[in-house]
Structure formats: structure tokens, C-alpha cells
Ligand binder design. Structure first.
Ligand SMILES: [Fe+2]
Ligand SMILES: [Fe+2]
Length: 323
């Protein structure tokens, strides 16, 4: 079904929704995490590896994995805000609905980023990302600079950066064994992210129409590799040390289990759908990188979809409303 609402109207609705639902986490979500495992063992990255972890190892790994996801989320949101800010510096029309909504979105990102800082402090991770050294940090900064000056690529990575954590948050929020405060944080964050996703989907076709050839090339051929990296490094290899597991070997194996593959497909398919709906990629001509990332054929149809519920019965969700 084609969406007949004009982009301006859709964006103004998103602004109105943001205005009507201002959440100040320091006042509205004052809770804290309890002791012990914050997520269930079946939501851990190693769940398909048949490891026999003690309850203590599971609990420590759960905290480390969630801390890793939260830290990635914080940095990702910083990159998103730098991209939005860069665009605002030179936008021709400052009264445009897109400018107003971008300011709403950045307000929401800064508020929930402060909550993530608090959450990170409560999780108290003890492990270190092995990629967290000066060279990797410089490469990351360079990568962000290359992305944020390419609007279509930024939109696609924003879609991925919001869809991927969103799936993890959805699974955690719906699982009965998730720490109640973490579940509350996930629900709050997901409500705001639904609007951000709707905004990215709305502006992508506009940015694509004006995209440079390097932007287009990057979206078609480089974005899938970046998104795969975003997914695989959401849980960094260092976390496995708390369970006395080898860092890189465990990370490599964990990212290749059937369960992880299902999650990757489930998290990235909505990105591909948005990219196809936005006229960026055409069914029948889906580039190989996108096909491998999302496990789809050249038409963009999912391969192995019947396996989804077998591995993760909790993956049958209702669509969220962005407003
Ligand atoms: Fe966010
Ligand atoms: Fe967001």
C-alpha cells in the first residue's frame, strides 16, 4: 500500500508526537538495575554455542553484553547527532519541517543518551573492547566524518543503527526474565526510536534524489559491510573474558550460530525494505552485499524465513506505531 501522506505532513506529525511525549529520564525513569543477570541466558550472544556456563558466569556475561550494546548505542547516537548538526549548518531553509524535527530528534537522543550513561555506570563493565585503542579510535572518527557528509549513506546507517538495537531491546523488553528497570528503559527508548526510524524513511528518498555518485556507490556497495560490522561488534569480543572464554574465537563462533544469523536477518530486513521502498535499490537488482547481509534473493525476498520462529519463537511481533 502506498503512503499518501505528504512528507512534510508526516514530519510535522512526528514533531507533534515528540512534543507531546517529552520524557526526561532523570525525572521520569529514576530506577536502577537489580543485581544478577540483567537478561536471560537465551538472549546472550553465545546462546547457540552449547556452552555450560555457571549461573555466575551467565550473570556476569549478561551485564557485560548489555554494557557493550549500551556503549555502542551511545557512540552511534553521537555520530547521528554530528551528522544532523552538520546538515543544519548549511541547510538553506531553517524553518523547514525537517530542521524542526531534527532538533526534536537530537533532543530525544541527548536525553536518552544521558540515561544510557547512567545505565552503563550501574552495569559496571569490567572488560575492555580489544578494538578500543588509539588507531581504531582514529579510524572510527575518520569513518564518521566520511559518512556524515553523505546524507543518503547517513540515512541508511541511521536506519541500521536504530533497527539493530531495536530488535535486541524488543526481545529483552518482552522477556519475563529481563531486569524490570532495563525493560522499562528499552520500552521508553523504542518509542522514541520508532519516530526516528519513520523520519529516516521519509527523508531517504529526498536525499537519494540529490545524492552524489560517491554517496550512491557507498549505499549500494559499502553500507552492507558497515552494517554487518555494526551488528557483529554490538557485543565486543572482550566481554567473553568474564566467562573465562577466549575473546576472538568465541566472538567469531557466536556471530556464526544459526540463532545469531536469524537475528541478523530479522534486524536488517527492515533496513533493506526501507531502502527498496525509498527507491534506492530495485527488486531484481539487489547488490550481492545486501543479499548476503539480509539473506535475501535478488528480488529482496527473505531466504529461510520459516526458520525464524524455530530459533526464536519470541520474534513474532506486532508493528510499532511511530507516532
Ligand atoms: Fe536513540
Ligand atoms: Fe534515534
Amino acid at each position: 500500500m502506498t503512503n499518501t501522506i505528504r512528507p512534510n505532513d508526516r514530519i510535522e506529525r512526528l514533531s507533534a508526537a515528540s512534543l507531546g511525549r517529552v520524557v526526561e529520564p532523570d525525572l521520569d525513569l529514576p530506577g536502577e538495575l537489580g543485581p544478577g543477570p540483567v537478561i536471560a541466558g537465551e538472549l546472550l550472544s553465545v546462546c547457540g554455542l552449547d556452552l555450560s556456563l555457571s549461573p555466575d558466569q551467565q550473570a556476569r556475561l549478561a551485564r557485560e553484553e548489555v554494557a557493550s550494546i549500551v556503549a555502542v548505542g551511545l557512540r552511534f547516537e553521537a555520530a547521528l547527532m554530528s551528522g544532523f548538526s552538520l546538515a543544519l549548518v548549511s541547510v538553506p531553509e531553517l524553518t523547514d519541517a525537517r530542521v524542526v524535527y531534527a532538533l526534536h530528534e537530537m533532543g530525544e537522543e541527548t536525553r536518552h543518551s544521558r540515561l544510557f550513561c547512567r545505565l552503563l555506570g550501574q552495569l559496571g563493565p569490567t572488560t575492555r573492547n580489544p578494538l578500543d585503542h588509539w588507531l581504531a579510535r582514529r579510524l572510527l572518527r575518520l569513518g564518521v566524518l566520511l559518512v556524515i557528509c553523505r546524507s543518503a549513506l547517513l540515512d541508511v546507517l541511521v536506519l541500521a543503527g536504530e533497527e539493530i538495537p531495536d530488535l535486541f531491546q524488543k526481545l529483552a523488553a518482552q522477556h519475563p526474565d529481563t531486569d524490570p528497570f532495563l525493560a522499562q528503559v528499552n520500552l521508553y527508548h523504542r518509542q522514541e526510536e520508532a519516530r526516528h526510524l519513520a523520519f529516516a524513511r521519509t527523508v531517504l528518498p529526498e536525499h537519494w534524489a540529490k545524492a552524489t555518485w560517491t554517496d550512491r556507490l557507498a549505499v549500494r556497495y559499502i553500507a552492507p559491510t558497515v552494517i554487518r560490522g555494526m551488528f557483529d561488534f554490538l557485543v565486543h569480543p572482550g566481554v567473553y573474558q568474564v566467562a573465562d572464554l577466549p575473546r576472538w574465537t568465541t566472538w567469531w563462533a557466536a556471530n556464526r550460530t544459526a540463532q545469531r544469523g536469524v537475528l541478523r536477518q530479522e534486524a536488517t530486513l527492515p533496513v533493506l525494505r526501507a531502502v527498496v521502498d525509498g527507491g534506492v535499490l530495485r527488486p531484481g537488482r539487489i547488490p550481492r552485499g545486501w543479499r548476503r547481509l539480509c539473506q535475501v534473493d535478488a528480488q529482496g525476498a527473505a531466504l529461510g524465513a520459516p526458520e525464524l520462529n524455530k530459533h526464536h519463537p519470541c520474534l513474532a511481533f506486532e508493528e510499532d506505531s511511530p507516532v
